[in-house]
Design a protein around this ligand. Structure first.
Ligand code: ZN
Length: 485
């Protein structure tokens, strides 16, 4: 790329899980700005202060109107453009999970997709966008989502509509997005609309043109792989011919596994480098408007949390460095590491573990980073014990169910399990207050309740079983008799 200075470098804040406190934004915005970020793509989901007929969509810990104004103020201080993202078709779970909105599901049993032909759908979406824009009146862009719309034309009403007008599911998709976008442009002519591109990737240029979409939206092409991109070979030629501008999206976290604790940083660096290669093809350069570094926090509204933002901040800063410099050298790696307060180079490979963990960094949220690194070490230690010769060979379910165990082996297992358990219990006492500095109470509760407490329970069960087996003492008699001795 020749003109990286004019090229938007957005950071995606996926608030559908683990939304940070405003105080954390205050700390990280100057950091990401210093590494080259020019804007934020804010996906509120249920974190927006919806009101009146949409009040039920608001999460208990949603931001307030004052928070949204504060977010703008903090972003402006760091020269970051704010772009709100509001889903308008698929990934509509946070709306469709509510009984109040159940009627507008495309498939009654699934909360994913909105029905585009239901009479209540359009008023619902326009009200959502109106409420968003009332708190984003100065912003120049809006992202309307529209990715992964899995169920189109499934309901009887949509099928009748398609049949009567001779439409395909692709036509119905484009018709709905155009309807929403056209309304929006009338209401907010100064705002440029962006949408995810995956649903139109395989639609021929002519059909995109005739839908009218190409005149009112700009596509954002997402791709998170590190080695090869799974995109149609002529995609950028097609989009270049049809759209005035194209956006692309890479990832710095939340794209390599729905239960990932630590981002595989090397993967994300390579993903961003791959995008630079694509962007460097001169014939498209003038069309590319910017890149968004996505940081997914859940795979969808119902999924568990993946990598937390503070844990992925080093990954984000390294990836920002990559897209700002259009390269990644050892000097870049050193510079980012030093600026974030690492004494050594940031480790870009989270596995194998356990790993030595640096603890004296200075970046915002580094305590959560350290805590989750320690947690990952303990999880790996537990997995190693579970797969050890001692556990598999002398402590199988079969042997335990028959109380036929060798105390020599069991004592060894007990020592190791107690050590891991003690470590995790100790870590939990620190990790909870560290997380509370960044997140609201419910996020801390969810993370601990999803990952830490279940493992503590599991370890306690193993300890109990070990003690029972040791009491039996390798005798060939039943357990009750052993207890009576
Ligand atoms: Zn329908």
């Amino acid at each position: 790329m020749d003109q990286l200075e004019d090229f938007h470098k957005l950071v995606h804040l996926d608030l559908k899980g683990a939304p940070p406190r405003m105080s954390y934004y205050e700390q990280i915005f100057p950091v990401i700005s210093s590494f080259g970020a020019t804007g934020l793509l804010v996906e509120y989901e249920d974190m927006f202060p919806y009101h009146d007929k949409l009040a039920h969509l608001k999460a208990p810990h949603a931001y307030t109107q004052e928070d949204i104004l504060k977010l703008h103020e903090l972003a402006a201080k760091s020269n970051l453009t704010v772009i709100p993202l509001m889903q308008t078709f698929g990934h509509f779970e946070f709306v469709l999970k509510h009984d109040e909105n159940r009627a507008v599901r495309e498939v009654e049993g699934y909360p994913n997709t909105l029905c585009p032909t239901h009479p209540d759908s359009f008023p619902l979406v326009t009200e959502l966008l109106t409420q968003i824009m009332n708190l984003h009146f100065t912003d120049k862009y809006l992202h309307i989502g529209a990715d992964e719309v899995w169920h189109i034309g499934k309901c009887p009403r949509c099928q009748v509509e398609m049949e009567s007008k001779g439409m395909s599911t692709e036509d119905l998709f484009q018709m709905w997005v155009f309807k929403v976008a056209r309304w929006f442009k009338k209401e907010y002519p100064h705002v440029t609309i962006i949408m995810w591109d995956d649903m139109i990737r395989n639609i021929p240029a002519e059909k995109i043109k005739s839908s009218g979409l190409c005149d009112i939206v700009e596509p954002m092409v997402w791709q998170y792989q590190a080695k090869t991109f799974d995109l149609p070979p002529d995609l950028f030629e097609k989009y270049s011919a049809v759209f005035p501008s194209i956006w692309v999206a890479s990832a710095f976290k939340g794209a390599t596994g729905s239960t990932q604790f630590l981002p595989p940083i090397q993967h994300h660096i390579n993903n961003n480098l791959m995008w630079l290669t694509v962007l460097s093809e001169k014939k498209h350069t003038k069309k590319f408007k910017g890149i968004c570094l996505t940081g997914w926090q859940r795979y969808d509204h119902y999924a568990v949390l993946c990598e937390l933002l503070p844990v992925a901040l080093p990954s984000l800063c390294l990836c920002l460095r990559v897209v700002s410099q259009a390269a990644f050298t050892e000097a870049d790696h050193d510079l980012v590491s030093q600026k974030l307060g690492f004494r050594h180079r940031i480790n870009v490979l989270p596995f194998p573990r356990p790993q030595v963990i640096e603890q004296q960094m200075s970046f915002p949220g580094h305590k959560v980073y350290v805590g989750v690194q320690m947690w990952s070490n303990f999880v790996c230690r537990y997995q190693a014990i579970s797969n050890s010769e001692g556990m598999l060979g002398w402590f199988s379910d079969y042997l335990r169910s028959r109380n036929f165990t060798n105390p020599l082996q069991v004592e060894n297992i007990l020592t190791q399990i107690v050590e891991v358990l003690d470590n995790i219990l100790e870590l939990k006492t620190h990790l909870v207050p560290w997380m509370q500095e960044v997140f609201f109470e419910d996020t801390v509760e969810e993370w601990i309740g999803s990952f830490v407490d279940p493992l503590i329970d599991k370890l306690n069960d193993v300890v109990k079983e070990c003690k029972k087996q040791i009491l039996i003492g390798g005798r060939v008699r039943d357990y009750k008799k052993a207890q009576m001795r």
